[in-house]
Ligand binder design. Structure first.
Ligand SMILES: Nc1ncnc2c1ncn2[C@@H]1O[C@H](COP(=O)(O)OP(=O)(O)OP(=O)(O)O)[C@@H](O)[C@H]1O
Length: 444
């Protein structure tokens, strides 16, 4: 499903020109961000893309066909292009969460049973079962946002537009919404967001549009758009934080040149030959002191020999282990295991923790977090879980990521991509009852 605009123009009745000659072709199946300062035209463009506003001149096209602004034409467009407004209160109006989510499918002519099935699935997926009978206006900001997204997804659109989807959410709530968007994208949906958050746009997007003063200033991969510093500055935006950190490291010859790290694991990969390892050291040795571990092999190193002579202790853990500097660019492989919480089995889970010697557990997605919490599992990380697991694994930790439903395959994909791109050897595998199934899914 390809969404395009050609020479789009729009002015509000008071004469404000909000969209000035914008021609774009949204890349299908990608994660797309529109960035631009306040008032640059993002929300107006989104309302034009799903037919809520009609252009003054120019066209919006879906799969090459110009949008038909009749009632049936608009219904057809909105079934394919769903929009989640910036302010959830503009979107939620039914007396209960259940009815709100069911409104779209009911309008599309589904039977009561079919609507029940769709809504049930959404409530489960978004962890909303417990509040299904509540009036939406009694919910927290994060809950409202989840209901609004669920309501749009209930229509199963191919393209989902979200205006500032993370505004007003706490960090963990924002991460949950991002997990959902990533999962939807993995399922083949095109996801379009607007944001002022350059860090988010840079890290998350496959493709970025930069707007300023109602015009399209630039478009391209997020690396390409954000590397033009002057243009970013002139558009009243900042360069992404990780970009600035990388540039400072590079200037000091601490990082390799001409890279575009998007997240902390990628930034770590640019660092020049200071290698780290997690080892057990004498409790008297403090951070900053050196240890002589000699040559490490066997259990420690599955890939070859390490020379750890006069290795500086960089960090001490409470459990007697420490992170030390190494001379050679070979790391003790840590591990990332992925467990599907939809098939949670206490006995199996405890066995995995023991057998795989897990020392770091992260939970992704509302459902996994809830299941972990209700079973008294000590989750040490519930935000940015994939990145943190990678960072821990490359310093020798054995990590278990708890996740569920579509996020399992997203997690597998992300970690696999990291391993492939970095060339770092990590033990990586799904574990537990559904492991065979997950493994198979990955091969498809
Ligand atoms: N209903 C309206 N009537 C008149 N002018 C409007 C209306 N809505 C928006 N505008 C104007 O249109 C321009 C584009 O606004 P728009 O809301 O599309 O920008 P935006 O990039 O989404 O901003 P923000 O980042 O603040 O959400 C602004 O100059 C704004 O003042």
């Amino acid at each position: 499903m390809i969404l395009e605009t050609k020479n789009l123009e729009f002015s509000y009745p008071d004469g404000t020109k909000a969209i000035d000659d914008i021609s774009i072709t949204i890349p299908e199946g990608k994660k797309v961000s529109f960035v631009g300062k306040n008032g640059s035209g993002k929300s107006t463009l989104f309302l034009l893309l799903n037919g809520t506003l009609k252009p003054k001149s120019g066209k919006v096209l879906l799969d090459g066909k110009e949008v038909n602004y009749s009632a049936s034409g608009l219904r057809e467009l909105r079934k394919k292009v769903g929009i989640v407004f910036q302010n959830s209160d503009d979107q939620l109006f039914a007396p209960t969460v259940y009815q709100d989510i069911g409104f779209g499918p009911l309008n599309l002519g589904y039977s009561k049973e079919e609507v029940g099935e769709i809504v049930g699935k959404m409530l489960d997926h978004f962890g909303l079962q417990a509040i299904k009978d509540k009036p939406p206006h009694h919910l927290s900001g994060g809950q409202k946002k989840r209901v609004a997204i669920a309501g749009v997804l209930a229509m199963d659109p191919d393209i989902i537009i979200l205006d500032e989807p993370l505004s007003n959410l706490d960090p963990v709530g924002a991460d949950e919404i991002l997990d959902i968007l990533n999962e939807l994208n993995d399922l083949g949906k095109t996801i379009i967001i607007s944001t002022h958050d350059v860090d988010l746009a840079y890290k998350w997007s496959d493709y970025v549009y930069l707007l300023a003063d109602s015009k399209l200033v630039d478009e391209g991969s997020s690396g390409a758009v954000f590397s033009k510093e002057e243009q970013v500055r002139n558009s009243s935006l900042k360069s992404p934080f990780i970009f600035d950190v990388y540039k400072e490291l590079e200037k000091r010859w601490l990082a390799t040149g001409n890279e575009q790290p998007k997240d902390i694991p990628e930034l770590v990969q640019t660092l020049r030959s200071i290698d780290l390892m997690r080892v057990e050291v004498n409790p008297e040795i403090k951070v900053g002191e050196c240890v002589n571990l000699g040559v490490l092999f066997g259990d420690f190193t599955q890939e070859g020999l390490y020379e750890a002579v006069n290795s500086r202790v960089l960090f001490r853990n409470d459990d007697g282990t420490a992170v030390v500097e190494l001379k050679r660019r070979v790391l003790k492989p840590g591990a990332i295991y992925v467990y599907d919480m939809d098939n949670f089995d206490r006995e199996e889970f405890d066995k995995i923790i023991e057998e795989y010697d897990i020392d770091f557990i992260g939970a992704m997605g509302k459902k996994s977090k809830d299941t972990a919490e209700s079973n008294g599992i000590n989750v040490v990380c519930n935000s940015g879980v994939i990145d943190k697991s990678i960072l821990n694994a490359i310093t020798g930790s054995r990590c278990l990521i708890l996740t569920s439903e579509g996020m399992v395959s997203h997690t597998m994909k992300r970690v696999r991509e990291y391993i492939q791109n970095s060339g770092i050897r990590l033990i990586f595998s799904p574990v537990g009852k559904s492991a065979a199934e997950i493994g198979e899914e990955q091969n498809k």
